[in-house]
Design a protein around this ligand. Structure first.
Ligand SMILES: [Zn+2]
Length: 326
């Protein structure tokens, strides 16, 4: 009898495991994004979706150790809403990029694996014709990442920095944690820097129609000369990046013709311009809000001579919004 019970429980366990295991194909490899790894020429205007901070677990985070009701059902529902809207957009967006803080648990935290499994499960509902692109945030690799943290992220999601081409436009995704603090990962950080310089040069040499960047932490929130904005007195984390490094990097990006850097991390919309030509675009969260915005994502439209974008909140989403048309 005992053995039968054991067998029954074992079968239930195996079934549950099979249900929760989703095939998630890692597509950020060899510092490119496989579906868009080959260089291309401009053909026609297109759109893409830029989102950030799905951050499974943040809404209920304060309840984590105190309540049995702790879960991330609210983030799942919000992400499902994002996917439902994305799947119905015409024209079909070329990709759906999440600029970091995919889940709330930091590396090594108890719920990391189940939040990641849940994130992958939800995104399996995204139309396969709209590839999901993941960028890492401070919650994904840690505020002070170690090589183990980076390696674990790569195992779960693929490369932490990579580039790709869509219709003659060059896109570069960066790991902004190396700019926040690279104390334990100097070699990785140096590798990204060297790689980045050759990628920027390639954008010019290959006559890219536009060059755009994606990263989690924004270089600045409002204007390039602002001070660092720490979350609190412990200075463990900040909303923007160090001023000296920021000004050096913004000038580098500008000199290579980068016109947009899309970010997240702030859980509010924000951004501004560096030298009139380089725009920092901060997109609020799919998950928890910290300001007055509502959960949403940004639709970006790419034309030969310009790039326009609009934040669309799920709650106020209007399928007849004229911005949805190219
Ligand atoms: Zn963040």
């Amino acid at each position: 009898m005992q053995f039968q019970n054991f067998l029954l429980n074992f079968i239930i366990f195996v079934k549950m495991k099979a249900m929760t295991q989703v095939h998630f194909q890692i597509m950020s490899k060899n510092h490119t994004f496989l579906p868009y790894s080959s260089k291309s020429k401009w053909s026609a205007p297109f759109t893409f979706i830029q989102a950030a901070d799905t951050q499974y677990g943040m809404i209920d985070a304060l309840k984590e150790n105190t309540s049995s009701e702790y879960n991330w059902d609210k983030e799942i529902k919000l992400t499902e809403k994002a996917i439902e809207i994305a799947n119905n957009l015409i024209p079909k967006p070329k990709f759906f990029i999440v600029c970091g803080d995919l889940v709330n648990a930091y590396p090594g935290e108890r719920l990391k694996a189940s939040q990641i499994a849940s994130f992958k499960q939800t995104f399996s509902k995204l139309d396969p014709k709209i590839p999901l692109i993941c960028v890492c945030g401070n919650h994904d690799v840690g505020n002070y990442p170690t090589s183990k943290d980076i390696q674990n992220y790569r195992k779960d999601f693929g490369d932490d920095y990579f580039s790709f081409w869509v219709g003659g436009v060059k896109f570069i995704a960066l790991n902004s944690q190396y700019y926040f603090n690279d104390t334990h990962v100097k070699e990785y950080s140096q590798e990204q820097d060297n790689w980045l310089k050759s990628e920027l040069k390639d954008g010019i040499d290959s006559n890219a129609q536009h060059v755009m960047l994606f990263q989690h932490i924004p270089w600045f929130l409002v204007e390039p000369n602002e001070e660092m904005a720490f979350y609190d007195e412990t200075k463990k984390g900040s909303y923007n990046l160090k001023k000296e490094l920021r000004l050096k990097m913004l000038e580098l990006f500008r000199s290579y013709g980068v016109t947009k850097i899309f970010c997240g991390h702030y859980h509010r919309n924000g951004g501004g311009f560096y030298q009139d030509t380089l725009e920092i675009v901060i997109t609020s969260a799919i998950g928890r809000q910290l300001g007055d915005d509502k959960s949403g994502f940004r639709l970006v439209k790419v034309y030969p001579d310009r790039i326009t974008h609009k934040y669309l909140s799920f709650e106020l989403f209007d399928p007849k919004d004229p911005f949805l048309k190219l």
